[in-house]
Write a protein that binds this ligand. Structure first.
Ligand code: ZN
Length: 277
């Protein structure tokens, strides 16, 4: 069930962290110039800025704000830190509302040494504590399962199955899942769990990049689509079969690409997106 080839850039979205050396203004200008239609804004790019104004700049450049990255990090070994995380996520919902983003991506968190079931319980409690605020702001929350290599410190949610289970447990109209192929491509249950997610109308975002061999850095060595081993059209086919019609978000953390000329990188992204995604 491989997806049909991509014909144009009408569903191409880029995360501001992908072109990390660029300011928000430069990213807006360059993405729009390149025919990119969506932008996912990372929180760091709005720090100390008038978020309403940034939102207007983005929309007047003809770009759609796809999501605001990233909330979460709920687990902690003491109650006051867990409360601080909940408060910070509420603030983030207000920020997303100001900029005009319909979705917040959650990197759920984990604590080294704390049993994963305990972290998962704290994640459930944390999301439940902010869901009402998200609902009243009409902002959705997407649980992003992370690759198991991050289970000790970044996310105790590591598969689509676990993310779906968490959504079942929370049973909230504003909580769903972000499918990031970098984290999930290896999972033998991926197709089945993507389908389950779609059936429950919880598939909220689709992130693309590629898995490099060898991976030199656990965080910042993602590849451009086509540089690695992920069958992107196949997974995109599953996502589309599950009813997803949203943007294809290019999210690449890469020390190597960040060192290069970002104009050239953007041209490469566009070419790779059209050729191999
Ligand atoms: Zn992602």
């Amino acid at each position: 069930m491989t997806a049909l080839p991509i014909r144009d850039t009408s569903k191409l979205c880029i995360h501001t962290i992908t072109t990390k050396p660029w300011t928000i203004e430069t990213a807006i200008e360059k993405y729009a110039e390149a025919g990119v239609k969506g932008i996912t804004v990372w929180r760091e790019w709005t720090q100390g800025r008038d978020r309403k104004e940034i939102g207007q700049q983005i929309r007047s450049a003809g770009l759609e704000i796809v999501s605001y990255c990233r909330g979460g990090f709920f687990p902690a070994s003491d109650a006051s830190s867990r409360q601080a995380a909940i408060d910070d996520n509420r603030t983030m919902i207000d920020e997303a509302e100001a900029i005009g983003a319909p979705l917040i991506v959650l990197v759920c968190g984990a604590v080294p040494g704390q049993p994963l079931p305990e972290s998962r319980k704290q994640i459930g409690d944390g999301i439940a504590a902010i869901a009402g605020h998200a609902r009243s702001a009409e902002i959705k929350l997407a649980i992003e399962p992370l690759h198991p290599m991050y289970a000790s410190d970044r996310s105790a949610i590591n598969t689509m199955g676990q993310a779906n289970d968490m959504c079942d447990f929370l049973a909230d109209s504003h909580v769903g899942v972000a499918v990031d192929i970098y984290h999930l491509w290896w999972d033998p249950d991926l197709q089945k769990e993507i389908s389950r997610c779609g059936t429950n109308r919880r598939l909220l975002a689709f992130h693309i990049s590629d898995w490099l061999t060898p991976t030199k850095d656990l965080l910042n060595d993602r590849g451009l689509m086509g540089q690695g081993c992920i069958n992107i059209p196949e997974i995109r086919g599953w996502v589309e079969a599950a009813g997803f019609e949203g943007f294809h978000e290019v999210e690449i953390f890469s020390n190597d690409w960040w060192k290069t000329d970002q104009d050239v990188f953007l041209a490469e992204i566009k070419q790779a997106y059209l050729a191999v995604s």
